[in-house]
Design a protein around this ligand. Sequence first.
Ligand code: PAF
Length: 281
Amino acid sequence: MKVAGTVKEVREQVKEWRKEGLSVGLVPTMGYLHEGHKSLIDRAVKENDRVVVSVFVNPTQFGPNEDFESYPRDMEKDSALCEAAGAALVFHPEPDEMYVDGYSTFVDMNTLTGGLCGKTRPIHFRGVCTVVSKLFNIVTPDRAYFGQKDAQQLAVIKHMVTDLNFGIEIVGCPIIREQDGLAKSSRNTYLNADERAAATVLNKALTEGKKQIEAGEKDAEKVKKTITGIIESEPLAKIDYVEIVDWKTLEPVESTGGAILCAVAVYIGKTRLIDNFIIEK
Ligand code: PAF
């Protein structure tokens, strides 16, 4: 497995693979890889001849008071995980390789990005769309893999690929959880022991909400109330949002009868965690 720091190295490698007629999968990440990322790499390895994993903590998707500086990083461990999982290339650029002096072009989206995480993180999706577009242009993959834990991101990227004619298949992959149900996330490492125990409330609340829908509850407000009540019973938890939205438009729904995304963002201490379930129709 190769580790490349420059766009030029990646392009040269992909050109070689293309000459041999090989297909290429991309797994974009911000590093500090865990089982969730590994599941994306495993799927990509199954479905493509060669897999590129990008490891880049993208500064443009963090707001001024967010955790860009403190975001966990461990390149040695990440490389080992990628190699063991069968990736062929890790792209690990420095910020000035991706955003050269004078950089001024951004990809923005008028729909899908205003609600849910976009409310408290107003520049987040502009940064995500920009860096993912750049990665798509650099790697030119056949397929790219994203986790459903970031459900809004998955919807935004699918939409962007259609809007901008990228011609790349976007593959959404299921949430991977700890044994006690907490969704795997690099940010879980911020939690102390009490917070880690408290964090299980996200999945507990969502599980109850899902059960209520499966038992026939159609009123989205009632389901949201159940979820909110369970989260509020945890003293270390502070709700950012509990939303039920249409899984296509990401607009709030009154009825849970169609294809829906039920998503929560919750502060456990200072750490903001997200989780969700999707009901497809
Ligand atoms: O989901 C992430 O880790 C990031 O938002 C992504 C897609 C790698 C873009 O920086």
